[in-house]
Design a protein around this ligand. Structure first.
Ligand code: PGA
Ligand code: ZN
Length: 427
């Protein structure tokens, strides 16, 4: 049984405050979990409770959320059965009483939800991925590594598109996929240096060169893949998250680097051209969260060929994902624990996707901690792919390192998703 819940204020990878929650059990077990935070957030995400203008951390402090954990939530869950994850999550949702978790804070609730889960796994002496997914959980994801950062993650110093990822799906094992990713990352660095670009990194550890178009990163990445002797498209594909809600203003898409202002339909043609010319296997948030009409057209144009993922538009919420399925707006949903605020609701979102033939693409946030919960969760749910940033920076590589540990532990039982990782087949 749970004997105490205790939250502390810690710093995330951007240096902003976030919470770490400790869950203690009567048997003496203590488990910790910490909560990430986004920068290009969907407007319909569950609410992260911050203190506001109190003079601490420019208002970004999380003392109110900490009070929620140490006060109301600790009282609510005192002596609760730690293995009753759904019951615990539902009781928190009920106690909060708001549709967006704004009273107690989605960050407070998620910290508790994750810490409870980890404590429960420890109490039955199972690795986290087996506790969540059962003893048959064995599917290692393709690591989609964000090696060029743009948009808000690079303070608009580089590409308009936020994320350019490599997907080393041709590797035989997860460990080899990580090695390929790392080798390509280092090759990209030397190519950038040759071209006299700076190679400082953005929020997710990818380089943030001052490119003059959104195709240029794709050319740089192709060159890096070839430089290490791999074949673009055959061994390694490209995934993109333009995070286009960030450059959608007055019903138009503003591509600053290319001095272009495009309509929704023109944006769809723009992507169709890119997909024709580059080995792109996944496009996330190609259109804005408020451009629902455009999404149907985008999915109609490209959804048979590649994975079309909704992030800001669905915010890991079964209600919006169900609408997306109904209206054929995409064929995959991004999955972020803190967009919805509890593990149970996150697992429900993944199950909804999987039961309808949709992809479920597990994701970190741009503001991360060293918590590798999503690594275990991805194996548990067998989603086949995840994104956790570049193969660089501690808070990013910890997710990949944990997945390598899991692969080692599974030994012959491990299965790398490889070419089957995506909702549309890789030829
Ligand atoms: P965020 O971005 O974590 O900064 O919101 C990630 C994404 O858009 O996928
Ligand atoms: Zn996104």
């Amino acid at each position: 049984a749970i004997t105490s819940l205790l939250a502390h204020e810690i710093l995330d990878s951007r240096g902003h405050p976030t919470l770490e929650v400790e869950c203690s059990l009567s048997c003496g077990i203590v488990a910790r979990a910490s909560v990430p935070s986004g920068a290009s957030k969907g407007t319909r995400e569950a609410m992260e409770l911050r203190d506001g203008e109190t003079g601490r951390y420019s208002g970004l402090g999380v003392e109110k959320a900490i009070d929620s954990v140490n006060g109301e939530l600790a009282i609510l869950l005192f002596e609760a059965d730690v293995r009753d994850q759904a019951g615990i999550d539902n009781r928190m949702i009920e106690l909060d009483g708001t549709p967006d978790k704004s009273r107690l804070g989605a960050n407070a609730m998620l910290g508790v939800s994750m810490a409870v889960c980890r404590a429960a796994a420890m109490s039955v002496k199972l690795p986290l991925y087996q506790y969540i997914g059962g003893i048959s959980a064995n599917r290692l994801p393709v690591p989609c590594m964000n090696i060029i950062n743009g948009g808000v993650h690079a303070r608009w110093q580089g590409a308009d598109f936020q994320e350019f990822m490599i997907a080393p799906y041709g590797a035989d094992t997860f460990r080899d996929a990580v090695r390929w990713g790392s080798e390509i990352y280092q090759a990209l660095k030397s190519i950038l240096l040759e071209k006299h670009y700076h190679c400082a990194v953005g929020d997710e550890g990818g380089f943030a060169p001052s490119v003059s178009s959104n195709q240029e990163p794709l050319d740089l990445i192709l060159a890096a893949i070839e430089k290490v002797g791999l074949s673009p498209g055959k061994d390694v594909g490209i995934c993109m998250d333009p995070a286009s809600s960030e450059f959608f203003k007055d019903e138009k898409y503003h591509l600053r680097t290319e001095k272009k202002v495009l309509s929704s339909a023109e944006m769809v043609s723009y992507y169709a051209q890119l997909v024709k010319n580059y080995p792109i296997c996944l496009l996330e948030d190609g259109l804005s969260e408020s451009d629902w009409g455009g999404w149907a057209a985008l999915n109609n144009e490209l959804g048979d060929a590649i994975e079309i993922v909704g992030d800001d538009i669905f915010v890991t919420n079964v209600e919006y994902i169900a609408r997306g399925i109904e209206e054929n707006l995409a064929n995959s949903a991004l999955i972020k624990l803190n967009q919805i605020g509890t593990l149970t609701e996150t697992v429900d979102a993944v199950h909804l996707c999987q039961s309808c033939g949709w992809g479920a693409f597990v994701s970190h946030r741009s503001g991360e901690t060293i918590d590798s919960f999503i690594a275990d969760m991805t194996v548990a749910l067998g989603t086949g792919h995840l994104k956790a940033g570049a193969p660089c920076r501690g808070e990013r590589v910890e997710k990949y390192n944990q997945l390598m540990r899991i692969e080692d532990e599974l030994g012959d039982m491990a299965e790398f998703a490889g070419r089957d990782a995506f909702v549309r087949p890789i030829e």
